[in-house]
Design a protein around this ligand. Structure first.
Ligand SMILES: Cc1cc2nc3c(=O)[nH]c(=O)nc-3n(C[C@H](O)[C@H](O)[C@H](O)COP(=O)(O)OP(=O)(O)OC[C@H]3O[C@@H](n4cnc5c(N)ncnc54)[C@H](O)[C@@H]3O)c2cc1C
Length: 641
């Protein structure tokens, strides 16, 4: 598995050249870091990925975790990976210095995650989950919880998880039934500030929910305190460890079983190097959970974290698509098959054939398949998807960093970036996840039959990709979040802000001298109009036909929105590339590799505007022509044949 899994030139272009141009605020999203220090971080992440993650990409898939004697056995390297990521500060990177972190901005942290996940998606999730769970404790937990749980988690010795899903409560978390009963008699044992509960219930599909690569598992678990309201308003957040810390006779800390049992590890399509588990809490009536923050606010705490988690899911999908593209590119340069169409007659006949005058026919040699136009088209599609997705996720990360760091007296600015992030998050999660399935499928296609076999990595990338449209909220749920909540919040303010951001890019492009780019800017302007008109038509439909009609095709609306957002990102990339190429006039001559890189960016942009963006026209037709056809179809129509 020696092949290249990532194009660092592209990542650095996106971070330094493209995102630099997106800095629309006086606030520096990189917290004062310069290009050199950012590159040092990226290069160190690449080094680690090459050494520790990539070499076991395939082994982890072929030898999935197994439940043995009540514990899930994972690849032995997981322990080394977690400990190194802990020791070298990667798990704690976004945390304040006090906790061993460096307040790494989300933009840089996501770029690092892109490298790790491209090297080995399964191998990258253990630490990512731990950072996410630890952030929840940092933000909402008591001092006692922080002091007890953060150090071993951030050191990579304890695994963090997000334990939300239950057998009967997946998309609809408001139906969860795991219960929490106050345990007042233990209050003095730990800390007066903490509220201790007895937890009872089952969770399902919990990533890294149990394994032997760490010494303890810390679940950030949602449960309902007895007597709390039903639905989403009665859900609280708890820290529930597999082993709890107690004092032994000499007053030293010891780890004691906390009545958490793993009942199953699932055999799954992809993402096989990490376990997903079914867990039972409190079978013996002795599972203790510590309340995080206030009662009944659990889901809102979790949702604040979910924005970040959803960007990470989008980034995971982007990484896999990027790695699959690298494999396809490498293969198509080497594989020789067929001849160029334009070589006409020289391609016909077989070796040894003579022409009319009796001379041997000069037959062409087979060419590398990358020379075939259809193969180029497939490679262009893959680039359009993953490079466009990368750019969008880093754009969202910039918004996150600005919203976090902008001074509190600039409240309107803060809200502006926050709203943009809120609006774009379902798209940044879904576009890479859904389009990534198609992109990795095209990577397989580039290999022909070989791509379908285990000898090459693309079949694994295709399988690893599939989860992203499901976890952290399915595409259907993201779609309803976008159309039902984000687009209408504050009287459509977020949508207006988005339109003004896109408009700025269009205007900048219209003033450049490249007529191809000007055409693309016009096209984007038309597309934005189509998006706004479609949104208005759906609004009218909501008034006349009700909420079901409005939301019935929400997934198609999300798809349409995604095409427009990525077009915006591609126009921005083309504009930067064009500026770099035309810097020649200012006496800055790009070398050959830079010239090809920037020309390539403009060509992929053109591909996107010609092949992908026009799809919004048929989506507009479907969305506005009538109420969703699915409204007329009853369950019986499917079942009575
Ligand atoms: C590999 C993997 C890892 C996971 N990791 C975790 C984890 O770490 N922690 C955790 O808590 N969970 C985890 N999950 C669970 C995951 O988040 C859920 O599977 C997901 O939220 C969907 O829930 P469900 O499986 O119950 O499907 P369902 O909710 O039953 O959905 C089935 C289908 O119905 C659709 N649907 C459901 N409700 C509606 C609605 N109201 N309107 C329209 N369509 C609807 C969905 O979009 C979907 O297409 C993981 C799952 C997998 C497979």
């Amino acid at each position: 598995m020696a092949g290249r899994f990532i194009n660092m030139r592209n990542l650095k272009f996106t971070l330094h050249e493209l995102m630099e141009s997106h800095k629309t605020s006086t606030c520096d999203p990189f917290g004062g870091r310069n290009k050199k220090s950012i590159d040092l971080v990226l290069d160190a992440a690449l080094e680690f990925s090459k050494k520790a993650l990539h070499p076991i990409f395939e082994t982890m898939d072929r030898n999935p975790p197994e439940l043995k004697n009540g514990t899930v056995a994972v690849n032995p390297e997981v322990r080394n990976i977690m400990q190194t990521l802990g020791k070298d500060g990667w798990i704690a990177a976004p945390f304040p210095e006090k906790w061993g972190g460096e307040e790494m901005p989300a933009t840089l942290f996501h770029a690092v995650y892109f490298i790790f996940a491209a090297a080995n998606y399964s191998g990258s999730v253990y630490s990512g989950l731990t950072t996410g769970a630890a952030k929840l404790i940092l933000t909402y937990g008591s001092e006692h919880l922080k002091n007890t749980f953060l150090p071993p988690m951030l050191d990579g010795k304890w695994q963090g998880t997000m334990a939300l899903t239950e057998p009967e409560a997946g998309s609809s978390l408001g139906d969860l039934i795991t219960s929490a009963k106050p345990l007042k008699q233990y209050q003095n044992e730990s800390n007066q500030d903490d509220q201790l509960f007895l937890i009872s219930g089952e969770k399902i599909f919990i990533s890294a929910g149990d394994h032997d690569g760490v010494d303890n598992i810390v679940h950030l678990l949602l449960a309902r305190i007895e007597g709390s309201p039903s639905g989403v308003k009665g859900i609280s957040l708890f820290v529930v460890p597999k082993f709890r810390v107690e004092k032994d006779d000499s007053g030293k800390d010891k780890l004691v079983m906390n009545d958490v049992t793993v009942t199953q590890t699932f055999h799954k399509l992809g993402y096989r190097g990490a376990p997903i588990t079914a867990l039972s809490f409190g079978d013996k009536g002795d599972c203790r959970g510590w309340l995080v923050g206030e009662p009944n606010k659990g889901l809102s705490y979790m949702f604040q974290m979910m924005n970040g988690a959803r960007l990470e899911v989008g980034m995971g999908a982007t990484s896999i698509a990027a790695a699959a593209y690298e494999a396809a590119l490498d293969y198509t340069k080497q594989r020789k098959q067929g001849r160029r169409i334009s070589d006409g007659k020289k391609n016909s006949g077989s070796k040894g054939d003579l022409d009319k005058s009796g001379k041997p026919v000069q037959q062409n040699e087979p060419i590398p398949i990358i020379e075939h136009l259809d193969v180029k088209r497939m490679l262009l599609f893959q680039r359009a998807v993953w490079e466009g997705s990368l750019s969008l996720i880093l754009q969202c990360s910039i918004y996150e960093d600005i919203a976090k760091n902008i001074p509190h007296d600039q409240i309107e600015e803060k809200k502006r970036y926050h709203l943009l992030l809120e609006l774009l998050t379902p798209i940044a999660k879904t576009f890479p996840s859904e389009m990534g399935i198609l992109a990795t499928s095209q990577s397989i296609q580039c290999f022909g039959g070989y791509g379908y076999c285990e000898d090459f990595p693309v079949e694994q990338h295709f399988r690893d990709m599939r989860i992203h449209a499901i976890h952290e909220g399915t595409t259907g749920i993201q779609a309803m979040d976008l159309l039902g909540r984000k687009v209408v919040m504050q009287d459509g303010k977020a949508l207006k802000l988005f339109c003004s951001e896109v408009q700025k890019t269009i205007e900048k492009t219209l003033s450049c001298k490249n007529s191809d780019l000007v055409l693309m800017a016009d096209e984007l302007s038309q597309s934005l109009k189509i998006l706004v008109e479609t949104t208005q038509s759906l609004g009218t439909m909501a008034f006349s036909k009700g909420a079901e009609a409005y939301l019935g095709n929400a997934a198609l609306y999300l798809e349409m929105f995604g095409y427009v957002v990525i077009a915006w990102q591609w126009l921005s990339q083309a504009l930067i590339a064009n500026n770099k190429l035309t810097d020649v006039e200012k006496g800055i001559i790009p070398n050959k590799s830079d010239r090809l890189f920037y020309e390539g960016k403009i060509l992929v942009s053109k591909y996107y505007f010609c092949h992908e963006l026009p799809k919004i026209k048929y989506l507009q037709y479907t969305l506005t022509n009538s109420v969703p056809i699915s409204m007329s179809v009853t369950t019986e129509h499917f079942t009575i044949l």
